[in-house]
Design a protein around this ligand. Sequence first.
Ligand SMILES: [Zn+2]
Length: 370
Amino acid sequence: MSATVDTLPATGTQPAIAIRPRQPNSLHLTEIPRGEPGPGQVLLRIRQVGVCGTDRELIRARFGAPPPGEEALVLGHEMLGEVAAVGPGVSGFAPGQLVTATVRRPDDCPACQAGQPDMCQWHRYTERGIGGLHGYMTETVVEEARWLVPVPKELEPIGILTEPLSVVEKALRQANLIQRRIAAWNLKTAIVFGTGPIGLLGALMLRARGIEIVVIGRRAKPLLAAEIVAAAGARYVQAAERDLPEIVAEMPPIDLILEASGRGTPLFPAIEILGNNGVLVLLAGGHDDEVTISPGVIAGSLLRGNKVVVGSVNSAKEDFELAVADLGRFEELWPGLASRLITRRLPGLGEYQQILEHPAGDVKTIIEVG
Ligand SMILES: [Zn+2]
């Protein structure tokens, strides 16, 4: 028996936003079965779903896979939901509670089996709304309770940002783990490349820890991203790669760089401007633009400076928990600021075609499902 607060139909179908992975122009509204929570499972009523660059790449047929035996993949991996019913054996979750969920589900590799699917070695994992598992762009979802992360009611306006924030939480956690090699690691100064949700949430995360940061982007002010950064006590600089040495000349040594722009051109200069013993974390794909660089310059900079370049993808449940805690901190420090990242709200699943649009100044688009 499951405990239900209100009446959600347990049978029948529901609308869902889907693609046929790797087929261009396949974005469509489909119908998928509703489910009921089994042992260890929770039925979620989806409240909001975020749209991100990954969704747009999926729609552009760059990658993605449907669940086994199916042709379509329901999109959506950034979710804020409400517990509608809990299955047998579930504790710690009750109807009415707000939750989000991690994205990746483990395979049989040693890392996944040790509880770290975000560090999967074999890459046979599945991911909600990306590969092998339907996502959250529908009305209700049955999810394993073990992948759920509670979101306090007071964070309802910004809880949808938990997943993208968890990605930068992992980046910082990785940097701190790596820097255990340095007896005197003291993160004081950082640079963030990129003014999308990842870059901006990274900036807020670092500012919430009192770290001096400069956010570097391509676009000129006035810019919402620049306003958000300034409100958090950071500096936004519109810069070309050639300007970077000049910018860092005025700053203390750079302990950490988050690369969230996805552009190739700042990548190698970033290695050079990174301070000794510093860490550069790559958070965005892309980097399609071509650059000419001397391997000797890069290798020499890394070697002489004991520098680390590390990739960081996906995030662990602990990063989601860190993200929820940080969203609370953001509200204390800068009430209402994080909600300014949500620049577009689509009123319902029926507006699915607007997902593809990316108007100027758009930071985060969300779908208000219910
Ligand atoms: Zn694995």
